[in-house]
Design a protein around this ligand. Structure first.
Ligand SMILES: [Zn+2]
Length: 177
């Protein structure tokens, strides 16, 4: 199975409710996200009975590339996913929607832009949101789906959201159709 990936960098502020230490304070990150895409239209795999007698070219197994030989142009991942991040997260404050007192304070600052999540804006939750909500929204109809997001909160710390088992992949693919 082939995947291709595009790196997207952005700046954001956040704080984590109920954190035991410094992450409960406002602070910022230079986040780095790797978006891994693969094709939605896999070639049908041969049945086990025919595979023993038929020679199969590896290039026809399990993957359809476009006429150029790509899963998707890297520029499309940058434009679609990077564009969404630039418009919604870059240089903004990402907060838990339960963080009412902080939201109220920031709403008084006219220059402040807030993005609300249903949970804490951890690297894990941001990677999850990108994989399950953002990528299906912006890449629908392009014959690709994102099966893995790697989110670097710092150069030393990352979280991954990966569609590994068949049920997860099927559920994810439905969001692209
Ligand atoms: Zn942080």
């Amino acid at each position: 199975m082939k995947t291709c990936a595009r790196k997207i960098e952005f700046c954001y502020a956040h704080r984590l409710m109920n954190h035991e230490g410094k992450c409960a304070n406002f602070h910022g990150h230079n986040g780095i996200v790797w978006i891994y895409a693969t094709t939605l239209s896999f070639s049908p795999l041969p049945s086990s009975s025919s595979s023993s007698s038929t020679s199969i070219s590896p290039s026809t197994l399990g993957l359809d590339l476009d006429k150029v030989g790509r899963i998707v142009d890297f520029a499309v991942l940058k434009e679609k996913v990077g564009g969404w991040i630039e418009n919604n997260w870059d240089h903004k404050t990402i907060l838990n929607s339960e963080d009412k007192s902080t939201i109220e304070i920031l709403n008084k600052l006219s220059t402040e832009n807030i993005f609300l999540l249903d949970n804490n804006p951890t690297a894990e939750n941001l990677a999850h949101y990108l994989l399950w909500e953002v990528c299906p929204l912006v890449l629908k109809g392009l014959n690709v789906f994102v099966n893995k997001v790697v989110f670097y909160e710092t150069s030393n710390c990352l979280a991954e959201e990966i569609a590994l088992d068949c049920n997860m992949i099927d559920e994810l693919k439905k969001r692209y159709r």
